[in-house]
Design a protein around this ligand. Structure first.
Ligand code: 4AD
Ligand code: MG
Length: 460
């Protein structure tokens, strides 16, 4: 017999004479002549109620069925008398697939997320993490739907790279050199010519530079893959390994870039609201009260757009005591970002035209000589969720910025070539996939939106 998912059984429109359901037991309740089991198989948020009668083959083992036990049950699916579910199964054959002792850490009582982080291999069996990983799966699908339906091509950029896109030096090294006995050059420096790639290599912090080369051939592209940052930030929003989506568009300027970013974020929110209602209801009820209302609000109104210079003015006039006083020319601190989006505008905000010294070399220089055509999207509860810009397409300006940043031009030759051969205005952005998940679920810590989080000091 073919196994039916709990999701498909709960969606039945007529009774089924015989079905097979397999999953893990959440709870067991016994009465004199039968037992109730609540089964979850991961297909959906809801459990499936099974009634196993004392006369059912296999019933003799029912007393050993504890929370976490894997079971396989055949039976008739009939309309349920109980409240809370439409269908239930009356078992005709019951079988334990894998027993589960009392030492299983996920007993019925609630657990703190801190405790659950210690057991990443088991926490997906809780309601909270099951919901999260289903939303995560759906969100990834929605990312592809958005771009594919708009003529973007999905491109794969390398994870092993020799450049530092963001110029922040937060790179993990990739090497096969023996760490305990490093080969040296005559001058005593490490001899990377003996390394695997005959030069220094790293895990990528961003696929942008390669995506730009592909956009200048395929027109509109996007990446969606893991990125790595050896950034020693101990916050609830930074991971050392996270997934990023980076669209890149030829013949596009900054305002076109922000238009796509806004449409993209709204599309993703709407997709999850429509396709994961049970999961969102769970998050709204148990994790972040008012979540659904806030998400609806996001969908209803245009995002605010404000220049960096205006934003600094708002912060300075706010009368707020910030830990870091806002000063023109410096990066916005997280407390500034959150004040703008949560308190002042109470809406997602795109801040554009940042001071050039606060941003990487590749951003297009504005005519004022002081700012670059960058835009960050800030959202309530998180702060920065998207970072993007129009790229410098003018050869001389780019070379100038690269020299100022102290980059080795030889390493970036391919990138510079783009400005030699049919250069066009182009723009793109990066959306942090985990931050987007935090936004749509209201989950407050990045460690709880990725199955196996990697953060400074922790790689379980
Ligand atoms: O602002 P970032 O550093 O921009 C870039 O990497 C550009 N190359 C993107 C582009 O224009 N193609 O990172 C983009 C986004 C951030 O807004 C944030 O959402 C996320 O990536 N991000 C992180 N997410 C989790 N943990 C970290 N350590 C992150 N660093 C950035
Ligand atoms: Mg950024």
């Amino acid at each position: 017999m073919i196994q039916s998912s709990v999701k498909s059984l709960l969606a039945l429109t007529a009774p089924l004479e015989n079905a097979l359901v397999q999953g893990w037991v959440k709870t067991r309740r016994d009465s004199k002549t039968f037992s109730f089991l609540e089964i979850n198989d991961g297909s959906c948020q809801r459990n499936f109620q099974v009634i196993v009668d004392a006369t059912c083959p296999g019933y003799e083992t029912i007393k050993s069925v504890l929370t976490g036990t894997a079971v396989s049950i055949e039976g008739a699916v009939v309309a349920s008398q109980g409240k809370g579910q439409s269908w239930e199964m009356h078992a005709s054959r019951f079988c334990i697939v894998g027993s589960c002792p009392e030492t299983f850490p996920l007993q019925k009582k609630g657990h703190t997320v801190e405790f659950l982080r210690e057991i990443p291999h088991l926490r997906a069996r809780t309601n909270r993490f099951g919901a999260m990983f289903r939303v995560r799966s759906r969100l990834a699908f929605a990312v592809h739907n958005f771009f594919q339906s708009r003529g973007f091509h999905y491109v794969h950029t390398p994870l092993i790279t020799t450049s530092d896109c963001e110029g922040a030096g937060e790179l993990f090294r990739v090497t096969t050199l023996p760490l305990e006995n490093l080969p040296k050059t005559e001058s005593g420096a490490i001899d990377y010519s003996q390394d695997f790639f005959n030069k220094q290599a790293f895990l990528t912090v961003s696929g942008q530079l390669e995506a730009e080369t592909l956009a200048c051939a395929l027109g509109k592209v996007y990446t969606f893959g893991p990125t790595f940052r050896a950034e020693n930030s101990h916050t609830s929003r930074h991971a050392s390994e996270f997934w990023m989506i980076e669209p890149e568009m030829a013949f596009t300027d900054l305002s076109g870039d922000i238009d796509v970013a806004e449409a993209f974020v709204k599309y993703l929110v709407n997709d999850i609201v429509e396709n994961c209602p049970d999961e969102l209801a769970f998050f709204d009820k148990f994790v972040s009260k008012g979540l659904l209302e806030r998400l609806r609000h996001v969908l209803e109104r245009p995002f605010v757009r404000v220049s960096y210079t205006e934003a600094i003015g708002i912060l300075q006039k706010s009368g707020e005591k910030f830990e870091f006083p806002p000063v023109w020319g410096e990066a916005l601190q997280s407390e500034h970002e959150r004040y703008l989006t949560e308190r002042h505008f109470q809406s997602p905000v795109a801040v554009y035209d940042y001071p050039k010294d606060a941003k990487p070399f590749y951003m297009r220089q504005n005519d004022d000589g002081k700012t670059v055509a960058a835009a960050d999207l800030l959202v309530p509860g998180i702060g920065e969720i998207i970072g993007g810009s129009q790229r410098e397409e003018r050869l001389e300006r780019l070379l100038d910025a690269m020299k100022k940043a102290g980059l080795d031009l030889e390493t970036y030759n391919a990138y510079i070539d783009l400005r030699r051969f049919g250069s066009v205005p182009h723009a793109g952005f990066g959306l942090g996939f985990e931050r987007m998940l935090m936004f749509v679920t209201g989950e407050g810590n990045i460690r709880d939106v990725i199955p196996f989080p990697r953060t400074p000091g922790s790689a379980k």
